[in-house]
Design a protein around this ligand. Structure first.
Ligand code: PGA
Ligand code: ZN
Length: 414
């Protein structure tokens, strides 16, 4: 597959910030097009989105990169990504930035899949993928994804634990999202219908009142629709963490929890609300704290590492040795290309970790993440419930299931 041309334009994330849309064309005329999303509660060890000098510097690098890549031939995704990584030369894309690297990697994957005549998930999984994940959606949120008054826990999430079609699961999430909105009108006098970066409602209720409200919504929708639903949280604890005092600051309550109190608080919430998915319960360097929570609650809940792993093979290896988690968040732009992303998936799978493929809070309107989730064999697809930039990804999954046939839903057994 020979690269015929590389073009780009400025596109925007759902927060209205610029990102770069890459268009890659192969000699056959097959093209791929993708623009990277952007996170707000970014792990410190993520590949930087832009080189020093920001967007302007990235555009300059793209002009140089175009000269180098046009005319080159690649046999596989890996060959393209290794070339990309060598062109960058820093090991973590800090010279060209992950916006450029992931944009090129995904655009190449789409074009190559088209040339091969297969959906992108089959190109990425070399024909092996056969299942699709359960949808996992943020219905009530705070932290770095909200403004002004909001809960301190970044996300309260919902997912179906058993579905017969992706649409059935997604429809249930939409119903919970609507129900949460209705309950907020009754229970939060200050509620104005505000939603945050991921389309989750925001509220001035306390964290626990918010959890109990979502739990009520889940119970009501479960019995109305007959779909089994479970509750999750992303504490995004690194964003609450204060290094100087080794403690966690809960702004609403104006209260610091020390490390042990934070661990106990997370365990209490798991028990009190029957939480089945807990992401980043402690800060990103506290593998030992993660391990305590995983040992205490890992048999009844997914203990999921995002900021501690940052989709990075060596961090994931450490986590497996320490039994820090039983699941991992995979975000392609944390490492900057699809081969590194799938290497992280492979490493995690070998260590017995479940895979959760995730959107970013600042998303773009491209559907490719749905293919990456299927190719990764994810059990959960973490993607907001509403907002066009999220819906386009859920729709892609539904279309793949409905049009291709043969794909089976993942099952959740905790
Ligand atoms: P981000 O947040 O995309 O803003 O980093 C999502 C998360 O923490 O999971
Ligand atoms: Zn997270």
């Amino acid at each position: 597959m020979r690269v015929k041309d590389l073009k780009w334009t400025i596109n925007y994330t759902s927060r209205g910030n610029p990102t770069i849309e890459i268009v890659l064309e192969l000699d056959s005329g097959a093209t791929g097009r993708f623009a990277s999303p952007a996170g707000a509660s970014r792990g410190r060890l993520e590949a930087p989105p832009y080189p020093e000098g920001g967007l302007t510097a990235a555009l300059k690098i793209l002009r140089e990169f175009r000269e180098d890549v046009v005319g080159r031939e690649f046999e596989s995704q890996k060959e393209f990504d290794v070339y990309l990584s060598e062109y960058d030369g820093t090991g973590n894309y800090s010279r060209i930035g992950s916006v450029v690297s992931l944009g090129c990697s995904v655009a190449f994957a789409e074009a190559a899949a088209k040339e091969d005549g297969v959906p992108m998930f089959l190109w990425l999984s070399k024909g092996t993928a056969s299942g699709y994940p359960l949808p996992l959606g943020n219905v009530l949120g705070g932290g770095k994804h909200s403004r002004g008054r909001s809960i301190d826990i970044q996300e309260i999430l919902v997912f179906p634990s058993r579905i017969s079609s992706y649409r059935e699961g997604y429809d249930a999430l939409i119903e919970v999202h609507k129900k949460v909105g209705k309950l907020l009108i009754q229970r939060d006098p200050g509620f104005t219908g505000g939603k945050n970066d991921e389309g989750a409602w925001t509220t001035n209720l306390s964290d626990e009142d918010a959890l109990s409200l979502v739990s009520d919504a889940v119970d009501q929708v479960s019995s109305e629709l007959g779909v089994k639903l479970a509750l999750g949280i992303d504490a995004a604890a690194s964003t609450l963490y204060d290094e100087a005092t080794n403690s966690y600051f809960y702004r609403r309550r104006n209260r610091y929890l020390d490390r042990e109190q934070q661990i106990n608080y997370m365990l209490e919430l798991i028990d009190k609300f029957g939480i089945k998915y807990v992401e980043d319960p402690v800060e990103e360097n506290d593998y030992a704290g993660f391990s305590i929570i995983n040992r205490e609650a890992g048999r009844r809940s997914l203990i999921v590492g995002d900021d501690i792993f940052v989709t990075n093979v060596s961090r994931i290896k450490l986590g497996i040795e320490d039994k820090a988690a039983n699941a991992v968040i995979i975000k392609p732009n944390q490492v900057g290309d699809l081969t590194k992303t799938l290497d992280a998936v492979m490493e995690a799978g070998l260590g017995g970790l479940k895979i959760v493929v995730s959107h970013r809070s600042g998303e773009t309107v491209f559907p490719h993440l749905a293919h990456i989730a299927i190719a990764a064999g994810a059990i959960l697809f973490k993607c907001g419930v509403v907002g066009g930039e999220r819906i386009v990804k859920h729709m892609e999954l539904m279309r793949l299931e409905e049009e291709l046939g043969g794909l089976k839903p993942a099952t959740f057994n905790l």
